[in-house]
Design a protein around this ligand. Structure first.
Ligand code: CUA
Length: 195
């Protein structure tokens, strides 16, 4: 047989692997898989506890078909709004292939509640240099809270593939000193326009 030329002295004859050897291999791989699962679970739990990295859990629904007509996400309610407790809320709509508004100014050292929803398909938003990251699913409001401790402009790209224009979809978050934020006209809504 031609195959015999390839058999080394310790190979199992005729290509038959003894059951014990199969069991041993399967057990070994079972332990490898169990270890991988354990490590991944530990990463989720530890980053959740020590770095506050959580999946969004805010289950709040909204009618994607009437976003522009009524409710929280009508045009003149988008942008930044001050809350009675001193925090601010940022309301944005994600749509192919832009965020509305494209840029918001938020005060430094202040809790910022991002509230986003989608007008069409699933998008994502990620505020650069922070752990602020959520999917934006049509029909739901995604809420994530962040506090920025450094002034400056941060890019906020869509990080969920949403179609051929996905790569160009990004907004901007400008973190400004409290005094500058307070000096904005009351009807300004913190909107700073595209760069
Ligand atoms: Cu929107 Cu990718």
């Amino acid at each position: 047989m031609a195959n015999e030329a390839y058999l080394r002295p310790d190979d199992h004859l005729g290509g038959l692997v003894p059951e014990a050897s199969i069991t041993q291999t399967e057990r070994r791989w079972f332990y490898v898989m169990a270890a991988m699962l354990g490590i991944m679970l530990a990463v989720v739990v530890l980053t959740g506890m020590t770095q506050m990295l959580h999946p969004t859990s805010n289950v709040e629904t909204v009618d994607a078909k009437t976003l522009h007509l009524k409710g929280e996400f009508v045009e003149n309610n988008l942008g930044v709004a001050n809350n009675p407790d001193g925090s601010v809320s940022v309301r944005m709509i994600a749509q192919q292939y832009m965020f509305v508004p494209q840029c918001v100014k938020v005060p430094i050292d202040t809790p910022v509640h991002f509230r986003l929803t989608s007008a069409d398909v699933t998008h994502g938003f990620f505020v650069g240099e922070t752990n602020t990251n959520a999917m934006v699913v049509p029909g739901f409001v995604s809420q994530v809270t962040a506090t920025f401790h450094r002034p400056g402009a941060l890019k906020m790209p869509c990080d969920e593939y949403c179609g051929f224009g996905h790569h160009g979809m990004a907004a901007r978050v400008e973190v400004v000193p409290k005094a500058e934020y307070a000096s904005l006209p009351s009807d300004d809504r913190g909107i700073c326009g595209p760069q």
